[in-house]
Write a protein that binds this ligand. Structure first.
Ligand SMILES: Cc1cc2nc3c(=O)[nH]c(=O)nc-3n(C[C@H](O)[C@H](O)[C@H](O)COP(=O)(O)OP(=O)(O)OC[C@H]3O[C@@H](n4cnc5c(N)ncnc54)[C@H](O)[C@@H]3O)c2cc1C
Length: 415
């Protein structure tokens, strides 16, 4: 790994890349950020967990995000006509930030990139191209990309960071092995008007006949996504638009939303996203954000993992030792694994069963005694404040496995 890094090239001006660039420039590094201006009409990653807020503050953009976002105070889960669980961020005992935001991605990305520009990052509005250095596990900027820096980089940078998202530029170039998650889902999403909500501002998740849905309230519209196992999509039509619209008109849980929904944007498709690259660092390179790994959309953990990773990687670059880069890699892997552990219990029905058990156990004497302890740990895993804390994650996992008081989790399982 590079020691005494001075110059860094970052591929990708999404949240991870732009945040890292800002941290590094503030620390005195010379940073070029490849951030093409062209982007899809919509991008996922609109609902933020509360633990993202301290990063927005550090980047100096919380106020501007607040003005263009919907304040989010909790999450509402619906299973069938009977069961609804409203989780308030204030339920978390000792919560440092009891709120968050739902924000369109073009706004979030523009503001984070703006912070990078203000900090003095050299932003190049084009895609980076990398080459593999012969048969080694090294990469370098292509001749064109190096010359696109217009002399800011006189030679190859000391460090290249792939923050280019799920395209996994370095991972593919170096044939780095990946570990895939257990699910084979495809998410279709778009923006709607006329979609009602149970609790204003909340992110909503409903269990569908097949898969689950999200409703994320944004200014003037609602982002609606359907996450459905691949084998079930065919029954809803041939094209992604047909599938999205048919599911909207036919799934019993969605029909129960009521309202007069109108789709006001194209439908976008995401699949094969549960993927973690086996290595996060190598000689002169590092992976960050989705380029390193992503687990699942269900608890909106992606942006937190990306921003937390940016901060940890900046720390490693500052120290510049192999141990520091190794610690960064281990930290991100642990973080991804922690979310994987609790997300599994959403899909197998155990987490929502635990919510239900918790609601009546709190009325018993032992439940009242233990409640403050549980409220300190379990909710804060999902707000992200304790998602890197082993005890909190372990307790959540343990409770999901062994504290269902004989209740069958099957009715809450995602099929
Ligand atoms: C279905 C789904 C729903 C999700 N919902 C949420 C949610 O509600 N909340 C949440 O927190 N997370 C969510 N996520 C995850 C979240 O979107 C990602 O974790 C997050 O965007 C990661 O940020 P990033 O900066 O690593 O990557 P990205 O946001 O993908 O940014 C990468 C950037 O790099 C650019 N790029 C790519 N190649 C190059 C190149 N060669 N040169 C220059 N630039 C390049 C891309 O154009 C892009 O702008 C969701 C994910 C999925 C799949």
């Amino acid at each position: 790994m590079v020691e005494r890094t001075r110059t860094v090239a970052i591929v990708g001006g999404g949240p991870a890349g732009a945040a890292l660039a800002t941290y590094l420039v503030r620390d005195g590094f010379e940073v070029v950020l490849f951030a093409p201006e062209r982007r899809p009409p919509l991008v996922v990653g609109e609902s933020l967990v509360p633990a993202v807020i301290p990063f927005l503050r550090e980047l100096g953009i919380e106020e501007r995000i607040r003005e263009q976002a919907i304040t989010k105070r909790g999450a509402t889960f619906t299973v069938g006509p009977e069961d609804q669980f409203c989780f308030r961020f204030t339920d978390a005992r000792g919560a440092e930030t009891p709120y968050s935001y739902n924000v369109p991605r073009d706004v979030l990305d523009r503001e984070i990139l703006g912070a990078a520009r203000d900090a003095g990052v050299h932003i190049l509005p084009e895609a980076a191209k990398l080459d593999r250095t012969e048969d080694s596990d090294r990469v370098q900027l292509s001749v064109d990309s190096l010359s696109a820096t217009h002399g800011v980089l006189q030679r190859q940078p000391d460090l290249i960071v792939d923050a280019g998202g799920r395209g996994r530029l370095i991972g593919r170039l170096l044939d780095l092995p990946t570990v895939e998650g257990p699910r084979r889902d495809t998410a279709l999403f778009s923006h709607m008007e006329g979609v009602p909500l149970v609790v204003e501002g909340d992110v909503h998740s409903d269990i569908l006949e097949h898969g689950w849905s999200w409703r994320i309230p944004l200014p003037g519209r609602v982002s609606v996504g359907f996450v459905v196992p691949d084998e079930h999509w065919e029954r809803y039509g041939a094209t992604k638009e047909e599938r999205y619209d048919t599911l909207f008109r036919s799934d019993p849980a969605v029909l129960r939303w009521g309202g007069t929904p109108r789709r006001v944007a194209p439908v976008l498709k995401y699949n094969n996203y549960q993927r973690i690259t086996s290595r996060g660092v190598g000689p002169g390179w590092a992976l960050l954000g989705d380029a390193f790994g992503f687990v699942d959309p269900v608890f909106s953990s992606g942006m937190l993992i990306a921003l937390d990773g940016a901060k940890q990687l900046a720390r490693a670059v500052r120290k510049g030792t192999p141990d520091a880069f190794g610690a960064y890699e281990a930290h991100v892997k642990r973080h991804l694994a922690a979310w994987q552990r609790v997300i599994e219990h959403f899909y197998n029905g155990r987490l929502l069963t635990l919510f239900r058990v918790g609601s009546y156990m709190r009325e018993t004497i032992p439940g009242r005694v233990l409640d403050p302890h549980f409220r300190k740990h379990l909710p804060r895993v999902f707000t992200g404040e304790a998602s890197t804390r082993r005890y909190s994650v372990g307790l959540t996992d343990f409770m999901c496995r062994y504290a269902l008081a004989g209740n069958d989790p099957d009715p809450f399982r995602v099929r």
